[in-house]
Ligand binder design. Structure first.
Ligand SMILES: [Zn+2]
Length: 245
């Protein structure tokens, strides 16, 4: 992949995982059982496309992701069997959410972190794409568009789930995600830290024109700072070191 292609992937994947905000509180558009099966099928497709397999090391990292993710998901509205996976590729500097509770974290984004709190922020954002029914909504749309029955989830496209969920959808995932992070005892400042790091990493990139389907990093940082102020959260709280095995 060229450097440009890698960045495209980074940006697309960093914004993945939510739905349409005004539909977020609506009832899930498909049964929870079907949603979980769709997510399982999408994870299989994703793993095939990326060509990674389980190793003893990846299993150990996944156990850590699961420990942190379960803590963050504790206060989510939907009780789902969340599964936190690792795609070890160093160029995958983001994470992606699939319906029903499948969340894949890239080896590249883990390599950029120093605190467990930052990992909690990434997982919180992806959990909310699922919790707000944004992923389920996308499955329903793909089924309608492709005339797919629940027996044909292997025909879903992983690309559909890598695209942002709209400006409002992404901001909602940030907002609700940080609430989960704070409820789990982590520092909300980690969200600012993480977004500012992405800003720093893209400092040399050609300025991208504003997108209608996702917020800019500036907008996301402003929102987190506003939330910290409005909710009176303590953003000076000491962060936990990242404890990758
Ligand atoms: Zn997202």
């Amino acid at each position: 992949m060229t450097r440009g292609a890698v960045w495209m992937l980074v940006l697309v994947l960093f914004f993945c995982g939510s739905g349409v905000f005004f539909l977020a509180q609506a009832a899930p558009p498909l049964s929870t059982a079907d949603e979980i099966r769709a997510g399982d099928a999408l994870f299989v497709l994703f793993r095939q496309s990326q060509g990674f397999a389980d190793t003893a090391e990846s299993k150990a990292i996944e156990a850590y992701l699961q420990k942190v993710g379960d803590k963050v998901a504790q206060n989510a509205q939907r009780k789902l069997p969340y599964k936190f996976r690792l795609d070890p590729h160093p160029g995958f500097r983001s994470a992606v959410a699939y319906p029903g509770g499948q969340i894949v974290v890239g080896g590249g984004v883990l390599a950029l972190m120093t605190h467990e709190d930052e990992l909690a922020v990434v997982l919180g954002h992806e959990i909310e794409h699922i919790d707000l029914n944004q992923c389920a909504q996308r499955v329903a749309e793909a089924m309608k568009k492709g005339h797919l029955s629940p027996e044909q989830f292997d025909k879903l496209s992983i690309e559909d789930f890598g695209n942002p969920y709209g400006k409002e959808g992404e901001l909602a995932a940030d907002r609700e995600g940080v609430r989960l992070v704070v409820a789990a005892g982590y520092s909300p400042h980690a969200a600012v830290e993480l977004l500012e790091m992405f800003q720093f990493l893209s400092r040399d990139a050609k300025p991208a024109p504003p997108r209608a389907d996702s917020p800019s990093l500036e907008e996301r940082i402003l929102q987190v700072k506003d939330e910290i102020k409005q909710r009176g959260w303590d953003d000076t709280k000491a962060e936990q070191p990242l404890a990758l095995p």
